[in-house]
Ligand binder design. Sequence first.
Ligand code: IDP
Ligand code: MG
Length: 157
Amino acid sequence: MLERTLVLLKPDAVQRGLIGNILSRFEQKGLRIVGLKLRRFDLKLIEEHYSVHKERPFYPKLVKFMTSGPVVAVALEGKDAIEVLRKLIGKTNSRQAEPGTIRGDLGMSFSNNLVHGSDGPESAAKELKLFFAGAGELVDWTPATLEWVYSVEEELA
Ligand code: IDP
Ligand code: MG
């Protein structure tokens, strides 16, 4: 019933001091953080993560950008979390992203667009495995606010 999805706060978000702003949007929305790490991820991992875009003209620059500095990887859980997160993030080109979305509020760039979010159940499963491979890196827990965030009987039963 509850879904999990992967978010990356890209190097521009970290460099611009926006980690707190972006993480607090997830908390305020009611998405549960079940995994969190800051790393400079290696080239191989980033290439694998973006392998669907391998043939695209922007791929080399994208991979270079994503390995240029620290990235924060976040695993989020919630009902329909994948779709909810994609909506929170907004359109790929930050200049076209709606106000209220992360990209719409905080960015001006197509390529430096602050966040990655898995685009479907298959990519979410693959990406969570890539970025949270170790035992115990994803944590099962129940927020004390759960029954206020959801109508539990109606939505989570
Ligand atoms: P998404 O991040 O909104 O899912 P994708 O199409 O999956 O967008 O592209 C992956 C990432 O590649 C984007 O977030 C962006 O950083 C970069 N990108 C995609 N298309 C372009 C482009 O046309 N110009 C520059 N960068 C792009
Ligand atoms: Mg994508």
